[in-house]
Design a protein around this ligand. Structure first.
Ligand code: FES
Length: 149
């Protein structure tokens, strides 16, 4: 019985060639997967949205209501410290929407009220408003929507 050395060499070359292609594709896939995970925003930080500059947002008020998607958020600048905070405009009692009236967040469902820091000042709510993380980049205000405290 004779062995066809040419076929065997070609078979070995073909096998090496296939292994090289599969390795390259696997490496490319791993790099693409790694790039995808490195580039996507971290879930713990949620979505970051630019609100505007401090001068634009607080031109004539110490609080501004912004709507982003289905979220209504109050962005507040403390007149004493100039620190900026943000909180969701939903009452912590039963989730009714709040209105800003005379530097107070008021709930018309059951008479709840919160100060500009989000602390309860009247009515049945037991918990302060839920805050949204504020990130400053120079004078520009960003909110991290997925992050609440
Ligand atoms: S839902 Fe706001 S006070 Fe009840």
């Amino acid at each position: 019985m004779s062995v066809d050395h040419k076929t065997t060499e070609h078979g070995a070359d073909r096998r090496r060639w296939l292994i090289g292609i599969v390795s390259a594709l696997g490496g490319t896939s791993l790099l693409a997967l790694a790039a995808f995970y490195l580039r996507r925003p971290s879930r713990s930080f949620g979505k970051t949205v630019r609100i505007g500059t401090v001068d634009d947002v607080f031109r004539d008020a110490i609080a501004r209501i912004v709507t982003i998607g289905n979220e209504t958020i109050a962005v507040v600048r403390d007149p004493a410290t100039a620190s900026i905070s943000a909180m969701r405009m939903h009452c912590t009692h039963a989730g009714c929407p709040l209105e800003l009236h005379a530097n107070t967040f008021r709930c018309h469902c059951h008479g709840g009220a919160f100060d500009l820091h989000g602390k309860v000042i009247a009515g049945p709510p037991k918990q302060s408003l839920r805050h949204v993380d504020v990130v400053m980049d120079g004078a520009t205000i960003y909110l991290r929507l997925g992050a609440t405290s």
